[in-house]
Design a protein around this ligand. Structure first.
Ligand SMILES: *[C@@H]1O[C@H](CO)[C@@H](O)[C@H](O)[C@H]1NC(C)=O
Length: 348
């Protein structure tokens, strides 16, 4: 053998090259077959096509091929997680790709949430004005959207100011309920101006502090007058359009009290948003999340799903492509995702 090949070095080199290439192909096939995150039924090529289609749907572009390759890997991981969860069955909700499918979980939490809970043990506000209120038969389900007290779903973008959106939605709600006028109000005012109390624009904040700011400053101006930019800026002097007189906390951990409050008005809540990234619809359940209050949303209703599951209706601030047109239904009565631990509402 050696002498045969030795006499024909060119042929030997060609044969060896062929063998190496064949082995490499084999190895990469094995790696591809074992790749746990390539998505159910998705080859590398099919996943790339899925990413490409997703990019077109969400208008996503990347600065160069390296960034695209990096984002593809994240997309692949997330898509595989979504596919596995949906294929597993037995869930009341489904996951879906959305505008967050190419960001890692850590990036997601850093950019799109932003709730600073009141430290546990902090003094709770006394008084719950709905304490003697009982739900009537026609309050077994409530949807403030149908009553015209909820503005369209907004989008906080890459700024951890969920707290501002949660605050504004609650104020918009009580203002409509007491005056009959639905006015979209300014989150940007909270970002730029509410920063002497621990609230910090895209660095996170808390709704109770924001309510206190609104009372102190004389009100919020409109979204039109002070539009959202997605970044913290200089505080502009504003003409208040809507104000509140007071705010109260719902007794912590009491979902019956929360329902009574929500029957009367939209309510701001802290929530564990860590597993919300790929929520696509249905009733999200307690077994799929923890109870660390990392995010803030507004409860704009509650009801009973077709299969009998009780749910809360949450207005989020991640645009309309997330969840159920920007909303989430969350299991009710089980403390799911920490709901009810820190809930509060303004008074007109
Ligand atoms: C609830 O009822 C009790 C007993 O009648 C009363 O003392 C209390 O002031 C009521 N609370 C509110 C908020 O009206």
């Amino acid at each position: 053998m050696a002498s045969y090949f030795g006499s024909k070095p060119l042929i030997m080199a060609a044969v060896m090259l062929f063998a190496v290439v064949t082995m490499m192909d084999l190895i990469s096939c094995v790696i591809a077959a074992r790749q746990p995150s390539s998505g159910i039924g998705y080859s590398e090529e099919a996943m790339k096509a899925r990413h490409q289609k997703w990019m077109a749907e969400h208008g996503r572009t990347y600065k160069d091929e390296a960034e695209k390759a990096r984002r593809f890997e994240v997309f692949r991981e997330n898509a595989a997680f979504i596919d596995r969860s949906n294929a597993a069955g037995g869930k009341k909700y489904r996951l879906a790709t959305n505008e967050f499918t190419d960001v890692t979980h850590d990036e997601f939490m850093a950019m799109y949430t932003g709730f600073k809970p009141v430290p546990s043990g902090a003094k709770k506000l006394p008084g719950f004005k709905y304490e003697n209120f009982t739900l009537s038969d026609d309050q077994q389900s409530v949807d403030w959207r149908q009553k015209g007290a909820v503005t369209g779903v907004k989008n906080q973008g890459q700024c951890s100011c969920c707290w501002a959106f949660s605050t504004v939605a609650a104020v918009e709600g009580i203002h409509e309920i007491t005056t009959g006028q639905l006015v979209s109000l300014s989150e940007q005012q909270l970002l730029d101006c509410d920063n002497n109390d621990g609230n910090n624009g895209c660095g996170g904040g808390n709704m109770d502090k924001a309510f206190q700011y609104i009372i102190g400053t004389g009100g919020l101006t409109t979204e039109d007058a002070y539009p959202y930019t997605g970044a913290q800026g200089m505080c502009q002097s504003v003409q208040p359009a809507v104000t509140i007189s007071d705010f109260q906390d719902v007794p912590s951990g009491d979902e019956t009290a929360l329902a009574v409050a929500v029957a009367n008005q939209p309510v701001s809540v802290g929530i564990d948003g860590r597993s919300f990234q790929s929520y696509g619809g249905g009733v999200f359940t307690a077994d799929s999340c923890g109870t660390d209050l990392t995010h803030a949303v507004t409860v704009v209703g509650y009801g009973v799903a077709q299969d009998g599951t009780l749910y809360w209706l949450l207005k989020n601030s991640w645009g309309t492509t997330w969840g159920e047109a920007g909303y989430m239904r969350l299991e009710r009565g089980t403390g799911a995702c920490g709901i009810g631990q820190q809930a509060s509402y303004p008074s007109a």
